[in-house]
Design a protein. Structure first.
Length: 210
């Protein structure tokens, strides 16, 4: 993360992401595969470092081996072998970012689920305890009850991030705010699908998609 000064003099915290170059490895079609998607490859690597089935996929597509492959639903305008760079995004656009969040180990209810603490006076013994976790007659704890446990280290999608700046020469995207994942983690950036509210003619918010 770093910071930028806006034209109006205000400062914005931004996250710098290396966006490509990525290669379109292949296309999934509705007729052949039952769904439409594009396979995107990132980070060139020596073919000897890949297992044979994965290396054979690149050889069949007549592309240089890459370390990472991901599928993205929908591929309007994409072709096999096409190179994707940061310039496919524009400043002011909204994007969704998917990555693996930082692992924080075993954590309690207050940190993991934002629970409030109990009273600390008159001999209270449940300052950081969950309280009741079961029903009246179930004689068991239902699945899905929020309790202590592993926090983080899971796939997270943060939506509607604003693209502050695009550097096509170095393939860099500068997004407003912090994104999921540790420093140097692999992230997936795509056009946002989150509905946002825009004021209509009468001043009432109307949902629309960007």
């Amino acid at each position: 993360m770093t910071q930028l000064f806006n034209p109006d003099g205000t400062m914005s915290a931004v996250t710098v992401l290396e966006a490509g170059p990525c290669k379109v490895l292949g296309l999934r079609t509705q007729e052949k595969d039952g769904y439409a998607a594009a396979q995107i490859a990132f980070e060139p690597v020596d073919g000897k470092k890949l297992i044979q089935p994965k290396a054979g996929t690149f050889k069949k597509a007549n592309l240089d081996p890459h370390r990472h492959i991901v599928e993205i639903r929908g591929y309007e305008g994409l072709e096999q072998g096409q190179e994707l760079k940061a310039e496919i995004f524009a400043a002011g656009e909204l994007v969704d970012v998917t990555s693996t969040s930082k692992g924080k180990g075993f954590q309690g209810l207050i940190k993991r689920h934002k629970f409030s603490r109990g009273p600390e006076s008159h001999g209270s013994m449940n300052v950081r305890q969950p309280g009741a976790i079961g029903a009246t007659d179930a004689a068991r704890v239902f699945k899905g009850v929020r309790m202590s446990g592993q926090m983080g280290n899971e796939r997270v999608t943060a939506r509607a991030y604003k693209v502050v700046r695009v550097d096509p020469e170095r393939n860099l995207l500068l997004l407003k705010g912090g994104v999921p994942g540790a420093k140097g983690a692999l992230v997936l950036v795509r056009q946002s699908t989150k509905p946002i509210k825009a004021k209509g003619p009468a001043g009432k918010p109307n949902p629309r998609k960007v």
